[in-house]
Design a binder for this molecule. Sequence first.
Ligand code: ZN
Ligand code: ZN
Length: 235
Amino acid sequence: MMKITFLGTGVSVPFENRAQSSILVEEDCRILIDVGCGCMLRLEQAGVDVCDIDAICLTHNHLDHNGDLLNILKARWLNCTEKLQIYAPEGTRFFLESLLEAYPYLRSKLKFDVFEVKKFKVGNLNFKVMPTIHSIESQAYIIDDTVVVSGDTRAFAELISSECRYMIHELSLPFNYPSDYHTTPENLKENLKFCRAEKIFLVHLYPQTHAVKEEIIRFLDFDAEVVDDLQSVKA
Ligand SMILES: [Zn+2]
Ligand SMILES: [Zn+2]
C-alpha cells in the first residue's frame, strides 16, 4: 500500500498559505516528487525527517518545483551522511553543477547522485518516466502503474491514458486561457475521455483558477478533487 501526501499544492505566487509543488510517496521507502519552496517545512509538519528521504524525483527545473532542493541537501549534510538519489530530466546534472558554482561553500559538502533515466526502481516501487508538454524539458512519473504525477504540462492523451488508479494532474489555468504549456479545464476535459484512473487529484491551480474551481469540477464531469497541502490518500 502506497501513501501519497500532498506537501505542496501551490504555484509561483503566494496563495492560501500553500507551499509550492511537492508530493511525498511512502511505501517501503520515502520519495519526494518535486521540492518547491515550502516543501522542507511541510515535510517536518508531516513528521518526516529529511534524512529519511530515499530519493527525490524532479519533474522539471522550474523554481516552483526545485526551490527547496539545495535546502534539503544542506539539511542532510548537517544531519546525516547518506547520499541522496535524484531522478530528473536530462540536463539536471549540469544544472545542479552550475547552481553550485554560485554556492562554493556547499560544493564538497552536498552528497547526491543524479540519474537522468527513463525507468528506475526505489525500494519496491517501479517508476516510469514520460516526457510532458511544457516550456522546458519536463517529465511525468508513473509509479507502479498505480499513481501518475503529471508535473507541469498541457494535458495530453498519452499521459492521461496511462494505466493507473489515481491521476495527480496540474490545472494551472482557468477557462478560455490560451496556453501551450499548462492545463486548462477545456484541455483536461477533452483528454479525460481516455482516462483510466478512478479519480483525478488536481494541483498547481493559479488563484484565478481556484476562484472557479466548483464550476471546473462540474464541467469536468469526472471524479475530480482539488487537493490541499498535507492531505493524503492511500493507493
Ligand atoms: Zn513549470
Ligand atoms: Zn509549476
